[in-house]
Design a protein. Sequence first.
Length: 151
Amino acid sequence: MDWKLHLILSFILYFAIILISPLSLAYSVQALIILIFSSLLPDLDHPKSLIRIAIFAVVFYLLMVFVIIQDLALEVKILTIVILLILTYYSYKHLPLKHRGKHSLHLWRYPFLFTAVFSVLFAIANINISLILFILIGYGSHLFADRIKKF
């Protein structure tokens, strides 16, 4: 797991894409964010990866905000947030994946699976569906870089 290598490769790919196809500023910023996120996503299965920490922190934060905006008693909100914190932490510590091997996110079927899942999420959130391509490019570049690094 070398997140710096994957980050550098993401920027190189991004600039190559920008040179080939000039994009609007808003679209290109969104594309860069998605490209970086998806290039780090396969390392979600590593217990010390930055993306794993970030994703679980964001998930807990979003769940906490959702609970806070509900019309519940303060005690119920606090108890629910504490339970969510415990569940999020437990999920973080016991994610049933291995960093390599057949129970890993480092398999070539996952770029297509994540692309399909995010295409549904993008459609629901009314996000430009063509940005899905950057998920496939980012995730694929991570797997490709890991293969090259083995040689």
